[in-house]
Write a protein of this length. Sequence first.
Length: 404
Amino acid sequence: MGRDLVTGKYAYSPWRTIHTTSVTKKAQLREVDEFAAEYKRELNEKGVVQAPATMTVGRFLDTYHKNRFGSVRPSTYRREAQRIKKTKSMLGRHRLSEISPSVLRAVYAHALANEAITASEVYEVNKLLRKAFKQGVYDGVMGTNPADGVKVSQPQYKQKAVLTAEQAATFKAKLLELPLGPYPIATLILLETGCRRGEALGLQWKNVLLSEGKIVICQQLTGDLDLAAPKSATSNRVVSISKSTAELLGRWQEMQKAQFAEKRVRWSDEAFVAHAFTVVTVEMDGEEVKVPAATFIAPHNLGRWFKDFCADNGFGRYTKNVREIQFAGKTLHRGTAYEGLLPHSLRHTQSTLLIGNGVDVKTVQARLGHSSPSLTLKQYTRALSKNDEAASVLFDELLKSSAV
């Protein structure tokens, strides 16, 4: 049962002998299994550790992570590996049997005092341990989940960069001054729908209902350049677009068809709304031939274009290695260390403006594809605060107008 936390000596469960009453061997084995399960539940209630006394937290986490391969997205798997690395640097050599809520609290406090970890990292580490130890309890390796006994405050959301209504109007106007193309169209979809970048880049024409003014969001382009289901079940949604945006998308579709024809690439409603061209190798008459093909825009390419657009129009700037270039009679600035608006900022802009102008939280939650209204409430408290202030003024005016 691991080491006794007081004496440090190995602890053992008492022997128990049972006598089966069934006649057949199969029934006898069933009795033994039922007794073993009941005995394990009894030990678990006492907090008995079932793992081998020599198992370390590091070895346990390595096994846990290895068994997760293929069950989560590659990007999630890589992020988890980084968190496990951080966790092992603090707890890796501790024996699993020695871990308790008090031990975890002491380790977190020590790491924070020595600036080996940030408060937000503590939250992520404990979140990882809760999940891993829960699996350990389920597998019978652990009796209880010590991470459940450690309360770590969730990091405060940073104030998101958002545009005011006037700034958003200017942003859209600048965007529409550009020739129609994949990058301006993808950015317009981000601004008009509040969808995530991967959802905009994974959007295909078959999911754009121009006559109805609707966009069906049912997939996303991941950081691993794979088409996958949206972030959560509630992220599958239908989002309305304005009549002017639907008309613009209609014009863009005709232009895109012409571009496909020029490249001799077959167009269909499977085409990505924001497309890119590439070259693929196919076999023709026994020979390998390179031919043009249509594909999607990679997320990092949209991000780079977006930063340049913002730097050119006063919504961002480069702070290092800045150089001037001449293009179309204009002086543009390029460099590194960008500061300013990001693609995800348009998602926060739409939701903040909608909430700030009286749209109910439930509607905004559905439009953004949040898993719960509480997530919407946490992220957009500033807009809700403005609504609350307006409500107090309105209530005061109602009382004054009703006074005799």
